[in-house]
Ligand binder design. Structure first.
Ligand SMILES: *Cc1c(COP(=O)(O)O)cnc(C)c1O
Length: 371
């Protein structure tokens, strides 16, 4: 049994993938080739965005908007601690300071109440300028964008949605970009929309932001790549990955529905023996992870392993407790909901092609532990 089965999807579209890869080998424009332009256009259309900019990976997709906005020394960037390291990692890259904010214990996403308090606390301390918020669509579901964007507007902060896990999710029928200034996503193979290597993209409606990020991803190019007008980087998407992503994007809307059916069935069969995931009112999740909560998480994980069911515990040690991040500010002095979630959550196998028989085996194994 696989935790995430990428082979089932590949079997389904293998002829189309082979043909798409062959086209790239034939034309030979391997980096930022025609497939990349086409994919950016289709990705933007899917995400209700005017523009999409592809790049080398999801981490670069999070840093590119920060660089383009000029976030830098003395700036505070508010983000959750209960997330993958990439969310916060990019903030010190631009010499700004990540300020860790607690999560809503139900959805595991940034708590608007905690965010508002964190901004007030930062203003009062007078050391840092509140500059941006990185909201994460953890495990696949949208953050509370209406509330978070209102706080950003009130304090003149940029809002970046880190949708590496949640790309394709909606809230009240809208993608996160409806509220955010930019959305970052990752095409790491295991993400809901993944390629066969590394890749990432930023979506935005702001042509000026797109232009600066387009320069940044090619060494700060100006008129051409031998005209350098700013300090940039090398962060481009390969044509092969774009060709693969174009084929995967065609079936992505259907795959989101398939994931949702798996999650709904899990919910029905697992509650109330364990705490099943709660999605924000009006929201849809793309279920990057199907994550349950239980008192004896480690005991359950060990039991499931003996039953042949792979699981994963994200994130047992939130970032504010990690060696590399301990020195950064923690809003309110403690993050009780982040710490609690870190000790209680367990993700079960989840992918669009998880059949009912396999799901039943997983459910029985979970129930077996609870007696
Ligand atoms: C995976 C992930 C990233 C980074 O993506 P990469 O493509 O691996 O660089 C950023 N943020 C979150 C929340 C992620 O899960």
């Amino acid at each position: 049994m696989d935790f995430i089965d990428l082979k089932a999807q590949q079997r389904r579209i293998r002829p189309q993938l082979d043909a798409a890869i062959a086209r790239v080998l034939d034309h030979g424009a391997y980096v930022l080739g025609p497939e990349v332009r086409e994919f950016e256009a289709q990705l933007a259309a899917f995400g209700e965005a005017r523009l999409a900019l592809s790049c080398a990976n999801g981490t670069d997709a999070v840093v590119l908007p920060l660089m383009a906005w000029g976030v830098g020394p003395g700036d505070a960037v508010f983000c959750p601690s209960f997330t993958f390291a990439a969310t916060a990692e990019v903030v010190p890259w631009v010499q700004a300071t990540p300020v860790f904010v607690d999560i809503d214990p139900e959805t595991y996403n940034l708590s608007p109440t905690a965010l508002e308090a964190a901004v007030e606390e930062t203003l009062k301390a007078g050391q840092l300028t509140p500059k941006a918020v990185i909201a994460v669509d953890l495990f696949g579901q949208p953050a509370d964008y209406p509330a978070i964007s209102a706080i950003c507007r009130k304090h003149g902060m940029k809002l970046l949605s880190d949708s590496a896990q949640g790309f394709g999710c909606t809230l009240n029928g809208h993608h996160p970009l409806h509220w955010a200034d930019a959305t970052a996503t990752s095409f790491f193979p295991a993400k809901p929309l993944g390629c066969y290597g590394d890749g990432g993209a930023v979506l935005t409606n702001d042509q000026g932001l797109w232009d600066v990020m387009d320069s940044l991803r090619v060494h700060g190019k100006g008129e051409d790549k031998y005209d350098n007008v700013r300090i940039g980087m090398n962060s481009r998407l390969d044509s092969l990955q774009a060709a693969i992503l174009l084929e995967k994007l065609k079936i992505f809307p259907e795959e989101i529905q398939m994931r949702d059916r798996v999650a709904a069935r899990y919910n029905r069969l697992l509650a109330p023996s364990v705490q099943v995931p709660a999605v924000i009112a009006g929201g849809t999740s793309v279920w990057a992870q199907y994550t349950i909560e239980t008192d004896d998480r480690d005991g359950l994980a060990t039991h499931l392993k003996t039953q042949g069911v792979p699981t994963a515990a994200y994130y047992p040690k939130p970032l504010h407790r990690q060696t590399a991040y301990r020195a950064f500010p923690v809003a309110g002095g403690a993050l009780p909901a982040s710490d609690a979630a870190g000790g209680r959550v367990l993700s079960l196998p989840m992918h669009p092609y998880l059949d009912e028989a396999t799901q039943d085996r997983i459910v029985e194994a979970v129930r077996g532990f609870n007696g």
